[in-house]
Design a binder for this molecule. Structure first.
Ligand code: ZN
Length: 405
């Protein structure tokens, strides 16, 4: 697999982002490799490896060496091989007593990690810096908080998070919170709460991305009605192809398109394949039953191992991920689809998309299906960059541009 040329200039990157002409693309011969892509990944859980076993505290910046091949799915050699120019890295706020201190601690930790590898990694806070860093052949890290409950749902903590460099916030994670309902929990607000509405306005004012990946359909629709700027769904696939509630129904895909946002397709097996999703849900139900019946000892684990032996994990393919990308494109349009892997946040993997080195394989599959260089550039990076730029322009003190682009 060809890897990214070591040093792309920012101008060369801009040329890649902005096709010189929008006329018909020349046909690419089968022998020609796909264009040098520059991928922006919407969701990366690398920091999970920097937590202690209890996941209640962080190790130091040397707690996990990303400079060489790791036991996880993400490290600097594989990000480089994967032609990753930027990613939203989840910064989990573990201090639940003093959340401002918590967000400052985790962002400081990540900056210390980046400082260990200045030739390969840099924290960025805006689209111009992102393009510059990616153009130098380095990975630009944007900070994202996955659920606003980690900020206590507080606009004061949100402002502190912004000051610490966080640029993307999910309104909810797995559980319904004070701001709105989550897709994987029961509804308390039937959408966004009044506090959630104020929170979305504050995200807009600060120039931060509103991430609706874990929000319920109603919460997402309410947020779209309020947001002055385009939104992202940083790691979600199409519900028409796989019925997981975390996935996006067609009506929401169309609403995101009207808003000018981007839906970034995920690589998690049970969000990709309906067969895998059913298997996973059944496994979860059996595990809950076994644990309830055998709260102590090893019996629940033994029963679960027997169930898994009798019900092996169904295979899921890279082609099915490409199907989700093409579905989002078909329903929302070519300007509203991106990629959000969830690497280091999944328990099983899709063969061919095992780790951060594998993005080119997905782009090659799309190229094989007839996607042009210009279309590949949009899904790989261009659509997300357009959204980030529009969010920055819509911020208070920005140059205006609150109309979705
Ligand atoms: Zn998630």
């Amino acid at each position: 697999m060809s890897s990214l040329p070591a040093r792309l200039t920012a101008l060369a990157l801009l040329a890649l982002l902005t096709p010189a002409c929008s006329g018909p693309q020349p046909a690419r011969s089968a022998a020609q490799p796909p264009p040098t892509p520059f991928v922006i990944d919407g969701h990366n859980d690398l920091l999970i490896h920097f937590t202690t076993d209890s996941q209640r505290a962080y190790l130091g910046p040397d707690g996990y060496d990303i400079g060489q091949r790791t036991t996880g799915q993400v490290d600097l050699p594989r990000l480089r091989a994967g032609q990753v120019g930027a990613a939203i890295f989840t910064v989990g706020v573990l201090d639940t007593v003093d959340r401002i201190r918590g967000v400052q601690a985790v962002t400081h930790l990540f900056r210390e990690i980046a400082a260990r590898h200045p030739e390969a990694l840099a924290v960025v806070e805006d689209s111009a810096s992102l393009v510059q860093v990616a153009g130098q052949g380095r990975v630009a890290a944007l900070f994202g908080v996955e659920g606003a409950e980690e900020l206590g749902g507080s606009r004061e903590v949100l402002r502190a998070a912004h000051a610490a460099g966080v640029r993307s916030v999910g309104l909810t994670w797995m559980h319904t919170n004070a701001l709105g309902d989550a897709s994987t929990d029961s509804a308390r607000w039937q959408g966004l709460s009044p506090a959630g509405e104020a929170f979305v306005r504050e995200l807009n004012r600060l120039g931060m991305l509103v991430d609706l990946s874990h929000a319920s359909d109603s919460t997402a629709m309410d947020a779209l009605a309020i947001s002055r700027a385009p939104v992202i769904l940083s790691h979600s696939s199409a519900r028409a192809l796989c019925p997981a509630p975390r996935n996006v129904p067609d009506a929401l895909l169309q609403a995101v398109a009207l808003n000018g946002g981007v839906v970034m397709v995920n690589f998690v097996p049970y969000f990709t394949s309906p067969t895998h999703y059913t298997w996973y849900e059944e496994g979860e139900a059996r595990w809950a039953e076994f644990q309830a019946a055998h709260p102590t000892g090893d019996s629940a684990r033994v029963l679960m191992a027997a169930w898994e032996k009798a019900h092996p994990e169904p295979p899921v393919t890279l082609a099915e991920v490409a199907d989700h990308v093409e579905h989002v494109r078909r329903v929302a349009g070519i300007d509203h689809v991106g990629i959000g892997s969830d690497f280091d946040g999944m328990y099983s993997k899709i063969p061919g998309l095992e780790d951060a080195s594998r993005f080119p394989a997905l782009l090659a599959e799309l190229a094989r299906r007839g996607w042009s260089d210009e279309e590949l550039a949009k899904v790989a990076r261009g659509n997300f960059l357009r959204v980030l730029g529009a969010v920055e322009r819509a911020a208070e003190g920005g140059r205006g541009g609150n109309r979705p682009q």
